[in-house]
Design a protein around this ligand. Structure first.
Ligand code: ZN
Length: 422
């Protein structure tokens, strides 16, 4: 159940983690191969090019680099034998001799089934893996335009997933309502209206240009939110000051007090109902609920790995909150001599392999302890949650409450069904 409901956030988390791991890999020379195969490419065309590249390796001066590149190519060739054609979205292959610390190296091959179709064919040999085309897939698919204004000031930007991206603003020279002595009232009003109109024209043009400059505007620009006091925003909307492609994507007008950069987040809050169902609002609503629970006297909030784990085991968790920034594994270390074993959680940031760490000696017989099994903490806690039908929410860290989950609560928290002693 959790899998189907939260498949997207989960897949995104997994994908991001794999890319991070690959990003930290380095070869000693120009010997790491990145190979991108689009879905419509013939595998035999790819293998033909790889054989050709293998032959060209004789031009590489350094014997070590030559050998490493050749081993990587052979390794890719042997893996491609299992494919009659590329998978539905194509495939990305990363293979090469990696420095693993000390003087040791290791030939590693990773094949990635991308979440979206690859539209390029690429063979590259470098000291790092080329990950840009895959990283682009992590960019937000849809964006919203945000615009706040009154008669004196305006600010615009984007809502990208959970993140507010401020772009720019403008201020007006519209005179205040009080006219100076000696000016005719009618003339003053007239001048004021001209100035207001000029300001609206400027805001309409500059904000429209910013919105239209967004990559793939027509596919990705999902809607526009306008905020400000009444009747300014209504007046601005009625005057069609925006480019018609932007104007026709208007979702609604919302009351906000600020018309500078901080008005943008006020606008997103005010538009909550209009944006319902969007991931940003869902994650924010859950975090808001958790933070409210936290300060209650009869609190149903639980946080920190130890407490949350205990509550999961008791079946007391209603919603499990996990930060996308978690980089930890749950491992079981065992003693080969007497069978003693213990579970613990270790950091896996920067691609650390828990098996390569020193786990000390067995408390009962002093033999060295070794890693017996390892699973990502998100997988492991999700499995525990599934056991009692708890919902699992992966919370991104690109909005304020989301980053608090990681910085203040270690990335693991829960809203409980009932109070426990933990
Ligand atoms: Zn032992």
């Amino acid at each position: 159940m959790a899998e189907a409901e939260h498949g997207d956030a989960r897949k995104r988390y997994e994908f991001k983690k794999v890319l991070e791991r690959l990003e930290n890999k380095e070869g000693s020379g120009t010997e790491l191969i990145s190979l991108y195969i689009p879905p419509d490419k013939q595998i035999y065309d790819v293998t033909a090019q790889l054989r050709d590249e293998f032959g060209q390796c004789s031009n590489i001066k350094s014997k070590q680099t030559r050998t490493n590149v050749q081993s990587a190519i052979s390794s890719i060739l042997s893996r491609l034998k299992y494919y009659k054609k590329p998978p539905e979205n194509g495939m990305a292959v990363f293979c090469g001799t990696i420095n693993v610390g000390g003087d040791r190296t290791d030939l590693e091959c990773t094949i990635i089934d991308p979440p979206e179709p690859l539209n390029l064919y690429m063979y590259r040999c470098s000291s790092n893996f080329e990950l840009e085309p895959l990283k682009e897939m992590l960019e937000e698919k849809f964006v919203y335009g945000l615009l706040v204004l009154d008669r004196r000031e305006a600010y615009w930007g984007f809502l990208r997933g959970n993140r507010i991206d401020p772009i720019g603003g403008a201020t007006s020279t519209v005179p205040g309502k009080q006219r100076k002595g000696g000016q005719s009232s009618v003339r003053f009003q007239r001048l004021r209206e001209i100035a207001i109109n000029e300001f609206y024209v400027k805001v309409g043009e500059r904000s429209s240009n910013a919105f239209l400059a967004e990559k793939d505007f027509f596919e990705r620009f999902k809607g526009l939110l306008i905020g400000g006091p009444s009747p300014t925003k209504e007046e601005f909307e009625a005057g069609s000051y925006l480019h018609h492609e932007v104007q026709k994507r208007l979702i609604g007008l919302f009351d906000v007090a600020y018309t500078n950069e901080s008005g943008l987040s006020e606008l997103v809050d005010a538009a909550k109902d209009a944006l319902k169902g969007q991931e940003v609002i869902k994650e924010k609503a859950i975090m808001d609920r958790f933070l409210k629970e936290l300060v209650k006297e009869e609190s149903l909030a639980s946080y920190g790995e130890a407490s949350v784990r205990k509550n999961l085991e008791l079946g007391a968790v209603d919603i499990l909150l996990l930060s996308t920034r978690l980089r930890k594994s749950r491992i079981k270390v065992v003693c080969g001599a007497c069978g003693y074993s213990i579970e613990k959680t270790v950091e896996t940031g920067l691609g650390q392999d828990p098996a390569s760490l020193d786990h000390g000696n067995c408390p009962s017989c002093s033999s060295p302890l070794g890693v017996n099994s390892e699973s990502d903490i998100v997988d492991e806690l999700t499995l525990l949650a599934d056991g009692s039908n708890a919902k699992v929410e992966i919370i991104s860290d690109d909005f304020e409450e989301g980053s608090i989950l990681y910085s203040a609560f270690g990335g693991i928290a829960a809203i409980l069904r009932y109070r426990t002693g933990f």
